[in-house]
Design a protein around this ligand. Structure first.
Ligand SMILES: O=C(O)CCC(=O)C(=O)O
Ligand SMILES: [Fe+2]
Length: 199
């Protein structure tokens, strides 16, 4: 008898979960205002023998000793958790079961601020980290693709949560590309694990 196989050509599942309404609009607005007052700085990155400013502002909060080095050139030393960031961390852990020791903030001041294709595989996070990403403010396009595949686009909304599950960083790359559309500030918080063993 002829069989219709529904599975062979099905779309591969991405190793992420998206919660568009993780925070109420009221809570998202409050957290956005809190985050605007965090200690933002524009770091310098060394790439292909050149030093250039990172195309966004960054901040880091977390447990003492959980220093973070990425791209072999940007060194981030965590400030003590604020209460609001700690509450958020605990809420995400209650929802997902994943534990976090640091949060890195990105502030995209305009459409010209961005983060290029990368995976977050710094050894200080241990192997196969789960990363939780909260978006606040303007909506920006987030793209994710298998290392040798085509990108899928998501629009990360104010108050949303995106979880990148363990394994995602080894199989997939992601980015927030520049855009010529007029967009105002977006803040993104990525909650991450840390082995606590220096960088
Ligand atoms: O802004 C975002 O949504 C992604 C940020 C990100 O990929 C990172 O900080 O590693
Ligand atoms: Fe990332």
């Amino acid at each position: 008898m002829q069989q219709l196989n529904l599975f062979t050509e099905s779309v591969p599942v991405l190793p992420i979960t998206y919660y568009p309404n993780f925070l109420s609009q009221e809570l998202a607005n409050e957290l956005y205002q809190h985050c605007l007052k965090l200690e933002w700085q524009q770091n310098q990155i060394r790439m292909l023998g050149k030093t250039m400013p990172v195309p966004r502002l960054e901040c880091i909060y977390g447990d003492a000793g959980c220093d973070y080095l990425y791209s072999n050139s940007v060194f981030l030393k965590p400030l003590t958790w604020t209460e609001a960031l700690q509450v958020m961390r605990d809420r995400i852990t209650a929802l997902t079961g994943y534990k976090f020791r640091i949060v890195i903030g990105n502030q995209y001041r305009s459409g010209q601020d961005s983060i290029g294709w990368h995976s977050d595989n710094e050894p200080s996070m241990g192997s196969n980290p789960a990363i939780a990403s909260v978006s606040l403010g303007s909506c920006r396009k987030f793209q994710i693709k298998p290392r040798d595949g085509k990108p899928t686009d998501f629009w990360l909304e104010h108050g949303s949560l995106l979880i990148m599950h363990p394994g995602c960083q080894s199989t997939h790359l992601h980015q927030v590309p520049k855009t010529n559309k007029v967009v105002s500030t977006r803040i993104n918080l990525t909650f991450r694990p840390h082995t606590g063993a220096g960088r």
